[in-house]
Design a binder for this molecule. Structure first.
Ligand code: NAP
Length: 282
């Protein structure tokens, strides 16, 4: 699997398996199936309420822990110095691990500075290999970077053909921060899997729409998180390393950009209040 180098030298597999919205009772099997299909990078979060089952999947996968790259994320209510210190240990316990490869602040809210200092300390103690953020506007990441010792290694943001984030990607790369794409398939919105432009491109290479999208991201050195509970789709989404998109293909994909989130705006005050009220029952 191709990897991307983070700003502290850690290598992250360019394609990861995301477990958002996989019910807890299906997660262990999904993780085992994904690892069997060849995924070595798993993306979970405190808020996904399936860290325990991700841990069982890892343990029962038959693949050594050191060969896997595991990410989890700190939920809003735990975004503070003490919140990270306490809740990160909870994440490790649920995952059954003594370190994670990547820890992210899940949303750009609450005491991100306190949280970041705790994450820097935990990284120095060897409990986290790389630290980063998610859903941060570029100015917020730069602010965090400028006033702290450690520059975030990653910003995990929504990137898909309808929300291409071209400017943000360029700005993150200029800061040495790797962009990581969540919802690469826009969770199927706007009939993405039937999209004519993407289907036509796929036909040229005997590839599916999903494969065209993953390839389009990988070619930009964007780390991609793809989610499926179906083993055949897990394999399909990984089978993207034997073709190249042409300039013409990329120009055609650029025309699909609507330039806005397919989900919600992170600067919508009501959404911030809603997310903040969403307490975890961990
Ligand atoms: P996604 O990967 O864009 O889309 C997943 C959907 O696409 C599922 O309904 C899946 O259905 C379907 N699908 C997958 N492969 C397919 C294929 N080859 N053909 C047809 N349908 C296919 O959405 P996502 O799960 O929201 O995003 C991916 C990961 O990003 C998450 O799991 C999570 O790890 C991360 N994420 C992070 C944030 C954040 O705030 N940081 C937010 C959202 C997501 P089946 O499962 O039925 O195959």
């Amino acid at each position: 699997m191709k990897t991307v180098q983070l700003n502290n030298g850690v290598e992250i597999p360019v394609l990861g398996f995301g477990v958002f919205q996989i019910p807890a009772e299906e997660t262990e099997q999904a993780v085992i199936d994904a690892i069997k299909a060849g995924y070595r990078h798993i993306d979970t979060a405190q808020a996904y309420m399936n860290e325990t089952e991700v841990g069982s999947g890892i343990k029962n996968s038959g693949v050594a822990r050191e060969e896997l790259f595991i990410t989890t994320k700190i939920w809003i209510e735990n975004v503070s110095y003490d919140g990270v210190m306490t809740s990160f240990q909870g994440s490790l316990d649920r995952l059954g691990l003594d370190y994670v490869d990547l820890l992210l602040i899940h949303q750009p809210y609450n005491d991100v500075y306190g949280a970041w200092r705790a994450m820097e300390e935990l990284q120095k103690e060897g409990k986290i290999r790389a630290i980063g953020v998610s859903n941060f506007a570029v100015d917020r990441v730069v602010d965090l970077s400028v006033f702290n010792e450690t520059t975030p290694a990653i910003n995990q943001i929504e990137i898909n053909p309808f929300n291409q984030q071209t400017e943000a990607i360029e700005a993150l790369k200029a800061e040495g921060i790797v962009p990581e794409a969540w919802a690469p398939f826009a969770e199927g919105k706007n009939n993405i899997f039937q999209n004519e432009i993407l289907s036509e491109i796929g036909k040229k290479y005997s590839k599916s729409v999903a494969q065209v999208i993953v390839r389009w991201l990988v070619e930009q050195d964007i780390v991609v998180l793809a989610k499926s509970t179906k083993p055949e789709r897990m394999a399909e989404n990984m089978d993207v390393f034997d073709f190249n998109l042409s300039d013409e293909d990329k120009t055609a994909i650029a025309t699909l950009n609507i330039g806005e989130s397919q989900f919600f705006s992170h600067s919508n005050p009501n959404m911030i209040k809603f997310l903040a009220s969403n307490k975890l029952a961990l």
